[in-house]
Design a protein around this ligand. Structure first.
Ligand code: FMN
Ligand code: SF4
Ligand code: SF4
Length: 295
């Protein structure tokens, strides 16, 4: 059986959830292994070059892939030598469809991979706006359907390319430059409450090793990439941004719990809102590679 390596970055868990879906969907056609790129960068996991195809799955940060993803591709990914690859992004909404996949695909191609497939699977947003549980459940249902369709296309090597106009790529470039400038400031704005148990989990988990326990209290350096992992992963919810407090969702969510919740119609009044209407096309779209082929 051919080997598929899924290189993923997941700040707060959504992309990991998606990668697990891909793994279970694709395991009939491939022997699949999920590789968390920040663990490779931090020398926790070794880079194993023994794969026939590579998948790259990432969350969207300010319309682009997180900077750590480009760092991995440039400095840690070995030569593709013509191996096939695909790119999937997991944004928190379906707007500005396209931009970053092209940029990520370009950098992977520079390393000698043949990128035949680019697609998007929306997941719940992890900053600013907490979607209601029934809405999250709808997004997860749509994600599962899309993941199945994408799996068929990947297994049959069906090409799919995302559209990305010059304007969209320009907006993506500008937005992600602003984010890169602001991210270290966000890290320095993080405050730890007194209920911190000094367990060290945040320092161990941080993908950029931006947190040190000095002497036993977390201190934040200048390498933050706003992945939100320390904030949502703290067992006692002790980490909070101060100036950027609006970044943190009021209540974190557990995808596995929401997945198994029963939702009744009385809880779906959000469907009348304008914001939902903008999602509707995505949620109802019967995904196929044809819909996403470059024009
Ligand atoms: C700093 C930051 C910027 C984000 N920017 C965007 C964005 O421009 N567009 C979008 O759709 N989602 C955006 N998101 C939402 C995430 O891409 C989305 O929730 C993703 O599924 C999170 O995946 P993860 O849990 O694997 O990190 C952003 C999230 C963060 C933390
Ligand atoms: S994970 Fe939370 S409790 Fe543990 S050291 Fe970090 S801030 Fe403190
Ligand atoms: S400090 Fe927190 S938000 Fe910043 S990169 Fe580390 S884990 Fe992510």
């Amino acid at each position: 059986m051919k080997k598929l390596a899924l290189f993923i970055f997941s700040g707060s868990g959504n992309t990991r959830y998606l990668a697990e879906l891909f793994k279970s969907n694709l395991s009939q056609s491939f022997s699949v292994e999920i590789k968390e790129i920040d663990k490779i960068i931090r020398n926790i996991d070794p880079f194993d070059n023994d794969f026939d195809m590579a998948g790259f799955i990432y969350p969207v940060h300010a319309l682009n892939a997180p900077s750590i993803f480009y760092d991995f591709i440039k400095n840690y990914l070995t030569d593709g030598n013509g191996r096939s690859a695909f790119v999937v992004r997991s944004p928190g909404d379906p707007f500005f469809d396209g931009g970053s996949c092209k940029e990520v695909a370009k950098s992977i191609q520079k390393k000698g991979y043949e990128v035949f497939h680019e697609s998007m699977i929306v997941m719940p947003v992890n900053i600013f706006l907490r979607y209601k549980d029934p809405f999250i459940k709808e997004i997860l249902e749509a994600a599962k359907k899309r993941a199945k369709a994408v799996r068929r296309e990947i297994a049959s090597l069906t090409p799919a390319k995302q559209n990305a106009s010059f304007l969209l790529r320009l907006i993506t470039f500008i937005a992600s430059r602003i984010e890169s400038f602001g991210a270290p400031l966000f890290g320095k704005d993080l405050k730890v409450k007194n209920n911190c148990t000094k367990c060290g989990k945040c320092a161990n988990d941080c993908p950029t090793q931006n947190i040190s326990m000095i002497p036993d209290k977390p201190r934040f350096g200048w390498k933050c990439i706003i992945c939100m992992r320390c904030i949502y992963g703290c067992p006692v919810n002790a980490i909070n941004p101060f100036v950027f407090s609006f970044f943190k969702l009021k209540k974190w969510y557990n995808l596995k719990n929401i997945e198994s919740e029963n939702i009744n119609n009385a809880e779906t009044e959000y469907r009348n809102r304008k914001f939902y209407k903008m999602f509707e096309k995505y949620l109802k779209d019967k995904y196929s590679a044809k819909n996403h082929r470059e024009v």
